[in-house]
Ligand binder design. Structure first.
Ligand SMILES: [Mg+2]
Length: 187
């Protein structure tokens, strides 16, 4: 169970992720979450900074897909603005839309990476599919009491994961690992 919610990589935000590095790692497709990953809940459209970052993904030769549990209107708008195919109401971590994307792009899951802010949705969903998962720190704390409680719980898990990953990196390399160190692709 713990392994399924262990991201392959941590990043402070998407801007810390270098598109050329992703390409070098062997990825061709990037799945992007919206809420708290590339935008705050109340932002109806992506910022210029996010638009430019998505453009830099495309420039590096990566295709981008928006995969969100949010509603069609919001997700469609982001897809349009970011010139990306979008999948709304995805019910992450369920496999349904991941499978649809893999099929549509006729791509091996090992060539796909997913970026999101939630362990139990973005990371678990990707890991269940054998997709490389990158967890970013959420942009903004907001939402209902239940959501806030879940976020608190996730922070605990995040902390534990970072510690475990650090230890593992130290063991593997004999060096002090960094939280955002790029880990090898899952086989
Ligand atoms: Mg999110």
């Amino acid at each position: 169970m713990w392994k399924k919610i262990l991201p392959d990589r941590f990043a402070k935000d998407v801007f810390e992720i270098d598109p050329r590095e992703l390409k070098k790692q062997g990825f061709d497709l990037v799945l992007l979450d919206i809420d708290n990953t590339i935008a705050k809940y109340e932002e109806p459209v992506p910022s210029e900074k996010i638009k430019n970052w998505v453009l830099s993904l495309k420039d590096a030769g990566l295709d981008t897909v928006i995969i969100s549990n949010n509603r069609a209107k919001r997700v469609g708008k982001f897809g349009e603005e970011l010139a990306s195919k979008s999948f709304h109401f995805s019910l992450k971590p369920l496999k349904k839309n991941y499978k649809k994307i893999i099929k549509e792009y006729d791509i091996d899951p090992s060539k796909v990476c997913a970026i999101g802010d939630q362990l139990f949705m973005d990371v678990l969903g990707a890991n269940r599919m054998g997709i490389y998962s990158i967890l970013v720190d959420r942009i903004y704390d907001t939402g209902s009491f239940v959501r806030k409680w879940l976020m608190k719980f996730e922070d605990g898990v995040r902390h534990r994961h970072r510690h475990l990953k650090k230890e593992a990196t130290k063991r593997d390399t004999g060096n002090k690992g960094k939280n955002n160190e790029i880990m090898p692709n899952r086989k």
